[in-house]
Design a protein around this ligand. Structure first.
Ligand code: NDP
Length: 258
């Protein structure tokens, strides 16, 4: 038996961006900790496959697509989850996109698309689910930050601006909702190889520099984020809000590594 405060058995979690990479790993982790999990994203086939994974772990799920650029689809998601499970206690905002290009050449449409998904998408979902959680006087929101919430990363200005803003939004919502039983925190992954960044990391100088700067000398595995997410999603985090929990093999702590 695990620690009782970390048990998510009576909880329902919605993981937006939960059909791939980090979000899928977090969906699995929350399900393993006992939660019913609704992993979602824009593509129906991926949503069904992710929901089936939750069911295979012995929990309940629901296959409902969602696009964070569209408020109505987020409202629909909340409604479906509530008709199936009664309420939603946990929200993970993991939908994200990125593009690398020198800032002077970066098309404004692409800049806007990144902000639309990473920042405004997170904001929309926080507002829709946050209102529900405030009504229930209970909620755990986990936004996904990035090393670029803290540091400049070369040629990804739009992504960095979006993720710095996600850090700021997390703190602001945390203090705004602090007396409503809703804890708002961010999980900050270090460098993990996923579909989002494989081309940026595999066999590149950038990949080698990241490894050189990581005291643990390796990329993280997506499963290594699950424990931190379970903690932030649980009753054990009842006095934790506005925190950015970094899981990065030591990058942010490091100065010189040899
Ligand atoms: P993936 O590309 O593997 O997964 C992205 C997920 O988001 C998919 O489920 C995708 O499904 C969904 N998604 C994308 N756009 C939307 C949208 N508009 N509405 C709803 N869902 C959407 O990426 P990662 O797992 O790598 O990244 C997940 C998060 O983690 C991102 O916020 C990223 O910035 C962050 N992160 C990643 C790091 C890494 O090293 N990989 C490091 C730090 C942070 P679909 O396309 O079907 O909509």
């Amino acid at each position: 038996m695990g620690h009782p405060l970390l048990d998510l058995s009576d909880k329902t979690a919605v993981v937006i961006g939960g059909t791939s990479g980090i979000g899928l790993a977090l969906s699995r982790g929350l399900a393993q900790a006992g939660a019913n999990v609704v992993p979602t994203g824009r593509r129906d086939e991926q949503v069904r496959a992710a929901a089936a994974e939750v069911v295979a772990l012995g929990r309940r799920s629901l296959a409902e697509t969602c696009d964070v650029t569209d408020n109505r689809s987020i409202e629909r998601l909340l409604q479906s989850a509530c008709s199936e499970f009664g309420s939603v206690e946990i929200l993970v905002n993991c939908a994200g996109r990125t593009k690398r290009m020198p800032t002077l050449d970066f098309p404004e449409a692409e800049w806007n698309a990144i902000l639309e998904t990473n920042l405004y998408g997170t904001l929309r979902a926080c507002r829709v689910f946050g209102r529900h959680m405030i009504e229930k006087h209970y909620g755990r929101i986990i936004n996904i930050g990035s090393l670029s919430s803290f540091l400049g990363l070369f040629e990804v200005a739009a992504y960095g601006a979006s993720k710095s803003a996600v850090g700021s939004l997390t703190k602001t919502l945390a203090i705004e909702w602090a007396t409503s039983g809703v804890c708002v925190n961010a999980l900050v992954p270090g460098v993990l190889r996923t579909n989002l960044n494989a081309a940026l990391l595999d066999g590149t100088e950038r990949g080698r520099e990241f490894l050189m700067r990581t005291p643990m000398r390796r990329f993280g595995k997506i499963e290594e984020l699950a424990g931190a997410a379970v903690f932030l999603a649980s009753d054990a985090a009842s006095f934790v809000t506005g925190h950015l929990l970094v899981v990065d093999g030591g990058i942010l702590a490091s100065g010189v590594n040899q």
